[in-house]
Design a binder for this molecule. Sequence first.
Ligand SMILES: NC(=O)c1ccc[n+]([C@@H]2O[C@H](COP(=O)([O-])OP(=O)(O)OC[C@H]3O[C@@H](n4cnc5c(N)ncnc54)[C@H](OP(=O)(O)O)[C@@H]3O)[C@@H](O)[C@H]2O)c1
Length: 287
Amino acid sequence: MILVTGATGNLAAAAIDHLLTRVGPDRVVALARSEAKAAPLRARAVAVRLGDYGDPAALAHAMDGVRKVLLVSSNDHGNLLTHHQNVIRAAEKAGVEHVVYTGTAVRDSDASPMSPMLTALLRTEDHLRSSGLTHTVLRNTMYTDALPVFLGADVLERGIDLPAGDGRIPFALRREMGEAAANVLLQDGHEGKTYELTAPEAHTIEDVARVLSERSGKPVPYTSPEPQEFTDGLRAAGVPEPGAALLSAFVTDMREGRYDIVTRDLEDLLGRKPASLDASLREVYRL
Ligand SMILES: NC(=O)c1ccc[n+]([C@@H]2O[C@H](COP(=O)([O-])OP(=O)(O)OC[C@H]3O[C@@H](n4cnc5c(N)ncnc54)[C@H](OP(=O)(O)O)[C@@H]3O)[C@@H](O)[C@H]2O)c1
């Protein structure tokens, strides 16, 4: 059986969708925090085990009979390392054969304003490697699906005002990263490997604006304000903390090129080219 954590989230949902095209629902177990949120999984005959990453007893129960685990990184930034260690320890105790862990593909993380979170993700990798468990690490780039959070709901009417400069990002679709994770769980040969799941080329936000403009038929201008002006604007617009600071920190990493890592790993794991920027944006924005 394959246990997928974070099963009520988007990445895990994509992985489960792909797993269910290849194996029966009796081979998939979902770890969720909420019975109600997990109801659609139960409706597809996927067994649901309730547990929080902060609850070792529930994690021990969740691992019963499990051979492989997809550990989707937590978004609880204050507790990342402890939560991930709890899952890895529970997997060790249960004799799990293979843990696949999803982190983030960034460079130069010490210089990032997101450094505490990125360090916790890297220390999770270290913990996994020293655990003795058979493992695979998937470092995921920024999701194309995350762009609406940065660009705002009315991007086609107002254009893009984001201090991302000419930083390059190899945006990839979350569903394709979920599919790649499912393939790693289902195939042999990925043991001990670390993959960086990125598009085969990186793009600027100017490129994003150009595609949105071409596809929508509306001019989508891109301006890159001073970072402080942007953060002040978020706060003035009533965006609550820590959201405003988090958004600004992600954009700093975009501008300073920390996402600018390009590999063929996603293409190799999918067995085809990932969706282009044009196709991805049409999908995300329904254009
Ligand atoms: N945005 C990006 O471009 C990007 C890129 C790379 C990686 N990531 C990270 O990748 C991860 C997966 O992405 P996603 O889109 O699937 O995120 P998501 O939709 O927010 O899903 C996160 C999942 O983790 C679960 N979770 C959070 N804290 C938990 C805890 N303490 N115990 C058990 N489950 C917990 C959530 O459960 P509930 O449904 O109960 O809240 C949810 O199912 C996230 O951590 C995200 O930050 C993001």
